[in-house]
Each structure stands twice: as structure tokens, then as C-alpha cells.
Design a protein around this ligand. Structure first.
Ligand SMILES: [Zn+2]
Length: 192
């Protein structure tokens, strides 16, 4: 048994034997005889103590030539891997890039490859708004920048940031900026 971690081996061994989930992400163990590494909570057969090597992260185990266990998927460590956060970030990146296009919740969910319901739910959970509300924020922010940095008319800007009609542009602009686009331009000293 060789250790590359700060934790006492007896403690790690106990965690492995009891499949203790609390140690997931804190260390990994590899088994010399099988060439596979696991997280402490893995339900696979407890290996012989003398065949074990401990690692403090999955990368080190891989660098030593061990393969991740298919059962416990140790590379997706409990406290590093956050699928919800990843989905939210991917969605934001997509919205930032495609805000000029026509986007519905269905289109968005299809692109991210999750269900519309699930996407809405985790978005609200993480950011407190729906994906489409977030899209409006991006569009209005872009519109504010254009109002200040360019001399484009409000109507031009409306279409430049992805709105299909001027009334919904005004409605969303007012809701987020608490004034009309032209008032915003006056107030903040943009180009006329
Ligand atoms: Zn495993």
C-alpha cells in the first residue's frame, strides 16, 4: 500500500470498507491488481488492503495508468462535478451568442439536450429567473450599450438585439431599465 494523500491510511481504509460517501472527492483509491481506481463510496467488492494505492485526486491516479471505474465514475467527483451548474453555464453561453436569433424555450432545451421543464427548473433554482427572462436581460443590456455607444435609432436597436416588434422591445426595456430607450439615452448621455 502506497499513499499520496494527507489523510491517514487507516481512516481511508475504513471509508472504503464502509463505502463512506462523505469521503468522495477527498481521496481516491486504485487497485493494483485490476488497474482501476474508485471513489471511497464505490459499491464494488472491497479489495485487499495490500493492493491499494491512495490518491488525492483522479488525475494523479490516471497519470499512474489507472482507469476510472465504470461503476462509481470517479472522474465525476461529487464536489467537482456539478451537472446543473454546467447546464446553466452552457445555456448562458448559448444565449450570449444567439440573443439576436428567435429563441423559444423549446429551441433552447433542444440545443442544450435537456427537457424544457428541467431547464426552466434548474435555471430558476440557480438564478431565480427563467431562461427566457434571462434572455431579455441580455437583449436589454445589449440595447443599453448600443444606445450609449452608437447613434442607431431605437427602432434599429430593437431589431439589432433580436426583437421582432418595437412594442415588445419597449415593454421589456421599460421593465428592466425603468425608463424608455430614448429616456435612457438622454439620461446616460449617449449619442443622439
Ligand atoms: Zn468504483
Amino acid at each position: 500500500m502506497k499513499s499520496n494523500t494527507e489523510l491517514p491510511s487507516s481512516l481511508m481504509w475504513k471509508a472504503i470498507v464502509t463505502c463512506d460517501k462523505r469521503y468522495d472527492g477527498k481521496f481516491f483509491y486504485a487497485v493494483r491488481t485490476t488497474g482501476i481506481f474508485c471513489r471511497p463510496s464505490c459499491k464494488s467488492k472491497t479489495p485487499n488492503y495490500e493492493n491499494i494505492r491512495f490518491f488525492d485526486n483522479a488525475l494523479k491516479a490516471k497519470q499512474q495508468g489507472f482507469r476510472p471505474c465504470k461503476r462509481c465514475q470517479p472522474e465525476q467527483s461529487a464536489d467537482i462535478y456539478e451537472p446543473k451548474q454546467e447546464i446553466v453555464e452552457e445555456t448562458i453561453a448559448f444565449l450570449e451568442q444567439s440573443y439576436k436569433e428567435k429563441i423559444s424555450l423549446n429551441i433552447l432545451a433542444f440545443h442544450i439536450a435537456v427537457s424544457p421543464y428541467y431547464l426552466s427548473r434548474i435555471f430558476k433554482e440557480k438564478l431565480g429567473v427563467s431562461p427566457l427572462q434571462y434572455l431579455e436581460r441580455i437583449r436589454i443590456q445589449k440595447a443599453q450599450n448600443l444606445l450609449l455607444d452608437t447613434s442607431h435609432t431605437c427602432t434599429e436597436i430593437c431589431f439589432q438585439v433580436g426583437y421582432k416588434n418595437i412594442s415588445s422591445f419597449y415593454k421589456h426595456f421599460k421593465k428592466i431599465s425603468h425608463c424608455s430607450p430614448s429616456q435612457f439615452r438622454d439620461k446616460c448621455g449617449g449619442k443622439m
